[in-house]
Design a protein around this ligand. Structure first.
Ligand SMILES: C[S@@+](CC[C@H](N)C(=O)[O-])C[C@H]1O[C@@H](n2cnc3c(N)ncnc32)[C@H](O)[C@@H]1O
Length: 293
């Protein structure tokens, strides 16, 4: 058993072994009154198709403060709440949560070491606990968190029932798992599915439906499970969408043929020709699935 009294040491333990699967057992004391305990676990490391150095370009039109305010309101968080950002990627939401929370009360967990390296670079005051790991096997002792937040991750998770039961385990009682996702009804109305119609069938196959989410969460013991649907009017430069599609910055483009991408890009170029300097309407259609432990 490794006992440690500094978060810095944990970071170096994890990062020096990121490329292996291993068993480790750490009891960790963070600064001040904040305590988050890690348990013995085998954690998975996974490289994804995301280009970590370009990833944030695909999220530049997203209102992170708005979604963190919504999650904080729903979960009734205060500055001492402990939060897990599950599948934190390059840490956009993790760092936003940090604005309102005490030092070291937030963990960002992510299986792709390259994504989490980017997150660490952005965490200039080193105030967040970054962990390499996956939702199916969380390296935390039971009852640790006041909220597990997870944005645009569950369509990537392979064993969602197991991830749901792991989230249930690491949450304190009366605390929520908040998933930021896109419902099947919303997918049908998104601008990208008008521009790139082949996306729709693919995404309906990848994204869990509301009924799927209910199945995972009720089975894991959560009750109730609630759905909050958002439609936020938003306009973006067509060039942003062209770059996102051509560089495949969103995972929806990984499975499209080059021809399908080119057809959508041509529509955007035509839009630009007809509407010089005018942004294109690309409303944010988002669902928050809130499952209470
Ligand atoms: C679209 S990104 C979202 C990143 C971040 N949450 C955000 O909203 O900017 C999806 C992330 O989920 C991660 N991921 C994939 N499988 C996962 C799993 N089983 N457990 C946790 N995260 C996973 C990927 O590595 C990737 O960083």
């Amino acid at each position: 058993m490794l006992k440690d009294s500094s978060s810095t040491h944990l970071v170096s333990v994890v990062s020096s072994r990121e490329k292996q699967h291993l068993l480790h057992s750490i009891r960790l004391r963070f600064l001040g009154a904040q305590r988050i305990y890690l348990r013995s676990t085998k954690y998975s490391v996974m490289t994804s198709k995301y280009d970590a150095s370009e990833y944030d370009k695909g999220r530049r039109d997203e209102d992170f403060p708005f979604w963190v305010r919504e999650a904080s309101r729903i979960a009734e968080l205060n500055e001492n709440s402990k939060i897990l950002d599950l599948g934190c990627g390059t840490g956009n939401y993790t760092l936003e949560f940090r604005q309102n929370m005490a030092l070291n009360s937030i963990c960002g967990l992510e299986p792709d070491p390259q994504m989490i390296s980017q997150a660490r670079v952005k965490d200039v005051d080193k105030s967040i606990n970054w962990c390499v790991g996956a939702g199916e096997n969380l390296p935390f002792v039971s009852g640790t968190f006041n909220c597990v937040f997870s944005s645009q991750v569950w369509h990537h998770i392979k064993d969602r029932e197991r991830a749901a039961s792991e989230c249930f385990r690491v949450l304190k009682e009366n605390s929520p798992l908040i998933i930021r996702t896109i419902s099947h009804e919303q997918w049908k109305r998104k601008t990208v599915t008008q521009l790139f119609p082949e996306v729709l069938t693919l995404e309906l196959g990848r994204y869990p439906s509301d009924r799927d989410f209910e199945g995972y969460f009720y089975k894991a013991g959560f009750h109730p499970v609630k759905f909050y649907y958002y439609e936020i009017e938003r306009y973006v430069p067509p060039d942003d969408l062209i770059e996102v599609a051509q560089k495949k910055l969103w995972s929806m483009f990984w499975h499209l043929s080059d021809e399908a991408i080119e057809r959508g890009v041509k529509k955007l170029i035509e839009y630009k020709r007809m509407n010089p300097e005018k942004p294109i309407r690309n409303d944010e259609l988002i669902t928050l699935v809130v499952a209470w432990r």
